[in-house]
Ligand binder design. Structure first.
Ligand SMILES: Cc1cc2nc3c(=O)[nH]c(=O)nc-3n(C[C@H](O)[C@H](O)[C@H](O)COP(=O)(O)OP(=O)(O)OC[C@H]3O[C@@H](n4cnc5c(N)ncnc54)[C@H](O)[C@@H]3O)c2cc1C
Length: 473
């Protein structure tokens, strides 16, 4: 809904039929693609008639990159299918090499269905912590974080091969042997800038013995206690992620505290095969916060017998059909252990509240082979500020809140400096320094590849590589 309205429409789900409704950012026409050929024809048609081409899978994108007014859309949701392999060999790979256990997913598959099918195969796939996010669209091109990322890396680190339709309408197989530059760019280069993905093949991994989940709650009675608690909490995140945990969290600022949700930090961590030893290694920094006056902290573990049992309880779809936008940065030790920067960050938490869409040290063995911001290699998590509003909020309120999120990006830029980066899929749709903040030193190479493979800029979206489409607050 956030994007369907476009920048100015005030047409709500319960608006009367007589009231004027504009098109917003909804494309005029959409191809309900159920074959590669449909995609090829739509691409050639858009190219011939010089149409704005919009690629949409689930429509979950935080940056409006699957929306576009006056465009022609290709909708990939109905391209379903999964093929499981014991011994997958990438095309043109070295003949003597051994294959990998893998799964090939068609473009419209969604994580909850993949997890269900993987359980039947007694395997796991590195995927999102959400039911409905697409397994083979924007999650993948943006990087794709997962509860498994500490053990197995981001989604892009698990890709063996991707099939795409390019700007000429050709169906290509991308891997490190066939098209190394294109394959590098699509793994982190973001959005739909690299062609329309028709399928992707991911490595699969063995099932764990169990999943440990750990709740951490840190409460503070007032702002003085809150500031002290946040210093310890961010350093606690360092210890927890070093012990192998990934997680998700919110930070309630003192100004919004209620008896039900006091000021502080509410975190939810997990680890495959986590146990008492990993918990004792990770959690003391949180428990030590009990020594601060006005602060209380608890750590509470639970165990699930399988990934399926865990996903059945904990995979939700937060923020779907909500008006939420974020300004974010990858939190690095450089900021956590610099007291001036840390205090400036805590000032922002007091002003705005905050949250973590993902906490975790990611396995970065193949980071140089991917196009995401290099700051991922040091990241402890994605720290987000942001704003939300009701559907029918007045336009002036929406504009003021979008402006506030741009201001949050500016403040984050000052704290993190020019080497600070973020996760592009959970970033500010109006990020001012987007090339630098989304890709850092990788942007120049991405732009060069983009110009080579898509010289007429057919594949464009808000703040995507090489684009001139910049949505305004
Ligand atoms: C409820 C929710 C939970 C989330 N949880 C996680 C999480 O656990 N981990 C995480 O990393 N992220 C998460 N995200 C963020 C998510 O990664 C992004 O929203 C992502 O853009 C979704 O991709 P999609 O293909 O499902 O969505 P869409 O909005 O359909 O597409 C997103 C982008 O990908 C492009 N695209 C889609 N399909 C294709 C295709 N076949 N070929 C080429 N381009 C394509 C679109 O043009 C657009 O630019 C979550 C988002 C939501 C709303």
């Amino acid at each position: 809904m956030l994007w369907e309205y476009g920048p100015t429409a005030q047409c709500f789900i319960n608006t009367t039929r007589e009231a004027p409704c504009q098109q917003g950012y909804v494309p005029r026409y959409s191809v309900n693609a159920s074959s590669v050929e449909h995609i090829q024809k739509a691409i050639r048609f858009a190219d011939k008639h010089d149409l704005l081409l919009v690629i949409k899978n689930t429509g979950h994108d935080h940056l409006g990159r699957s929306s576009g007014g006056d465009g022609l859309s290709i909708w990939t949701h109905n391209l379903k299918g999964m093929e499981w392999h014991d011994d997958f060999m990438p095309t043109n790979g070295p003949g003597a090499a051994r294959g990998h256990p893998a799964v090939t997913l068609q473009a419209g598959e969604q994580w909850i269905d993949v997890y269900g099918a993987a359980a039947e195969q007694k395997r796991i796939v590195v995927g999102g912590h959400a039911r409905t996010v697409g397994a083979a669209g924007g999650w993948l091109t943006g990087g794709g974080h997962s509860a498994w990322s500490n053990k197995y890396g981001l989604g892009i680190d698990n890709v063996l091969e991707i099939n795409v339709v390019n700007a000429d309408g050709e169906h290509l197989t991308l891997n490190q042997h066939t098209n190394p530059d294109h394959f590098w760019a699509i793994r982190g280069g973001g959005g739909c800038a690299w062609g329309v993905i028709t399928s992707v093949t991911y490595r699969t991994h063995p099932e764990p013995n169990h999943i440990q989940a750990v709740f951490v709650q840190v409460n503070a009675t007032d702002e003085v206690a809150f500031r002290k608690a946040m210093v310890g909490t961010l350093q606690g995140i360092d210890a927890m992620t070093a012990a192998g945990y990934t997680g998700y969290a919110y930070i309630q600022r003192p100004a919004d505290a209620t008896p039900e949700t006091p000021a502080g930090f509410g975190g939810f961590f997990n680890q495959a095969d986590g146990n008492n030893a990993t918990l004792f290694a990770g959690s003391p920094a949180f428990l030590a916060l009990n020594e601060i006056e006005g602060v209380s902290a608890i750590v509470f573990p639970l165990e699930y017998p399988s990934w399926s049992a865990y996903t059945g309880v904990w995979l939700q779809d937060p923020n779907v059909a909500q008006n939420v936008i974020d300004a974010s940065r990858l939190l690095t030790p450089k900021v956590v252990y610099d007291r001036t920067k840390l205090d400036a960050l805590i000032d922002m938490m007091v002003d705005y509240g905050a949250g973590f869409n993902f906490i975790g040290r990611v396995k970065n063995d193949t980071r140089a082979d991917t196009a995401v911001h290099p700051a991922w290699a040091q990241s402890l998590g994605i720290l987000s500020f942001g704003a939300n509003w009701k559907d029918d909020a007045p336009l002036a309120e929406k504009k003021q809140k979008k402006g506030m999120v741009v201001e949050q990006s500016r403040q984050l830029g000052e704290i993190f400096g020019p080497s600070g980066g973020t996760y592009i899929n959970e970033a500010n749709p109006f990020e001012p320094e987007w090339q630098q903040v989304f890709w850092g030193t990788n942007y120049a190479r991405l732009l060069k590849i983009k110009r080579e493979i898509d010289p007429t800029n057919l594949f464009v979206c808000n703040r995507c590589v090489g684009t001139d489409i910049l949505f305004e607050p």
